[in-house]
Design a binder for this molecule. Structure first.
Ligand code: NAP
Length: 486
């Protein structure tokens, strides 16, 4: 009889090479701890910035703020970086981790082994690894949401989801339908319009759009930012604080209403066609969904070959999309900018905690995580950018860095105690969840909009209901009394 090979063991396994996974890996390297590997399902790093490659894809957070403070500076080309530059930045960071990243390593399942106090991680190729601590940086917005539209499967032309855009797909000279008017749509629409013969945009809810004021950095500015670390830090702090101040409007609806008035005025000035103006004037309170940034959305809608259709879609045929009032649009290609499966992200099925309980089952009553990272029944397991740790008004990279620092202090505390296992106490988790629920009730996100922030019961489970500074405050120390140890 041949003995089965010993399982490969690591003190720490990190899953994912997006901002989250790389942030923890680099933080740990900077702290002189090289006891981990990073598993990446694809053959290159980048997470969402590798997968979202639709034309026009860019970030609506300024580049100097949308970067890791624990990593070397990057010579950003423009105020709001485009996806390829962010992907190149992440590839550069990943490069510094060398062989610590294992590519084409797709996690099929990860289960807690109570007796051994270890996580067992199984990969798609059948190989298995174990680790004492497991961190999932798999991204909450990774799985595309396909709309449940009658006949969608009958469409004969290319069906392109923004989150799974094929390389080098050219829609030149084609009649293109675009479903959705969220953050992805307002980027892909203006990028497709110049090359499409016709672009029909199907809008269900009119979004709030404000000017982005994007521009390339002058060579002199880039040189100065490159040479003067204090200037770079001051610029980053200024970008952070101006965004943080915008958070005030989410807490004081009176302030948001004043901003609303300004946007309505801009819209009336900039959009000359009264019928179009009527269609794009939002009917939901500003801020109850993500406020979108664009310098080109409204002007794109005014182009003669672009149509904004607000009649609901009734069904889709092989070459047509038909609306409820009977309008028939002949289309060669259909672009779905319909977002992500956040509330029912299938990744929750991968992780099995105590007694084989999956994260999906654990979250049946409500998606939550202590400080957006930990759940009882899931010892030694951390989620990055988990429930209640998203942001609407500032940089998610700031939240990620708060989390990676907190995880570092948690791991240091457990090691100092000489323990192998720790998990958040059910009471601490319940108190945190209740606090989030109560605070969320006062936010704009729960004032009548449908969005991916809300669960089927209408509760916010996605965003941190406060200033990001208050999240930093809460995560600056590890609160040992909220945990059980073994
Ligand atoms: P989204 O915000 O969820 O928007 C989806 C759009 O599709 C909405 O306009 C929605 O209409 C529409 N839609 C969905 N199902 C539909 C159906 N069955 N029929 C008609 N319309 C339908 O998705 P997203 O634009 O991909 O953005 C998701 C998140 O990704 C953002 O909130 C943001 O966090 C992130 N993101 C960030 C950036 C960035 O620059 N940093 C860029 C892109 C995305 P309703 O509004 O009526 O639901």
């Amino acid at each position: 009889m041949t003995a089965s090979p010993p399982l490969e063991h690591w003190p720490l396994i990190i899953i994912g090479t997006g901002f989250a996974g790389l942030s923890l890996a680099l933080q740990r390297m900077n702290d002189g701890q090289e006891d981990f590997i990073v598993l990446e399902q694809a053959q290159s790093p980048g997470g969402t910035w590798r997968d979202n490659r639709y034309p026009g894809c860019a970030c609506d957070v300024p580049s100097h703020l949308y970067s890791l403070s624990c990593a070397p500076p990057w010579d950003w080309q423009r105020k709001y970086a485009e996806a390829p530059e962010i992907e190149a930045y992440l590839a550069h960071l990943a490069h510094s981790l060398g062989a610590r990243i294992r590519y084409r390593a797709q996690v099929r399942s990860a289960s807690w082994q109570a007796r051994e106090q270890l996580w067992q991680v199984e990969l798609d190729d059948g190989s298995r690894l174990t680790c004492r601590f497991l961190v999932a940086g798999v991204g909450p917005l990774s799985e595309p949401a396909w709309p449940d539209l009658p006949g969608l499967e009958n469409f004969a032309g290319p069906l392109l989801h923004t989150a799974r855009w094929p390389r080098d797909r050219d829609l030149k000279g084609q009649r293109v339908g675009l479903i959705g008017t969220g953050a992805s749509a307002i980027q892909v629409g203006p990028a497709l319009a110049p090359e499409a013969a016709q672009l029909v945009i199907f809008q269900r809810t009119a979004p709030w759009v404000v000017a982005r004021k994007d521009h390339p950095y002058a060579t002199g500015t880039r040189r100065l930012l490159g040479k003067l670390p204090c200037l770079r830090r001051a610029y980053r702090a200024w970008l952070y604080l101006t965004r943080e101040l915008k958070g005030l409007a989410f807490l004081w609806p009176g302030l948001m209403r004043r901003i609303e008035k300004g946007v309505r005025r801009d819209l009336a000035h900039q959009v000359s066609n009264p019928q179009l103006r009527q269609k794009i004037m939002p009917r939901t309170p500003m801020g109850c969904k993500r406020i979108l940034l664009s310098d080109t959305w409204w002007s794109t809608l005014e182009l003669p070959h672009v149509t904004l259709e607000t009649d609901p879609i009734q069904h889709i045929e092989a070459a047509h999309l038909v609306t409820e009032t009977g309008a028939r649009y002949a289309l060669d290609a259909l672009v779905l900018a319909t977002g992500f499966r956040y509330q029912d992200n299938p990744m929750a099925r991968l992780f099995k905690g105590e007694n084989g309980l999956t994260l999906e089952d654990f979250w049946k009553a409500q998606r939550s995580a202590y400080l957006g990272m930990m759940m009882p029944s899931f010892p030694n397991f951390f989620l990055l950018t988990g429930p209640f740790s998203g942001l609407g008004h500032n940089s998610i990279v700031f939240m990620i860095e708060c989390q990676t620092r907190w995880i570092q202090s948690a791991l240091a505390h457990v090691a100092a105690q000489g323990k192998n296992e720790f998990k958040v106490r059910a009471q601490a988790y319940a108190t945190f969840t209740e606090e989030m629920n109560q605070r969320s009730k006062k936010t704009l996100w729960m004032q009548g909009c449908q969005s991916w922030y809300l669960d089927p019961a209408g509760r916010n489970t996605a965003l941190w209901p406060g200033f990001s500074l208050s999240y930093w405050w809460r995560t600056r120390h590890f609160d040992a009394k909220d945990f059980d140890y073994a």
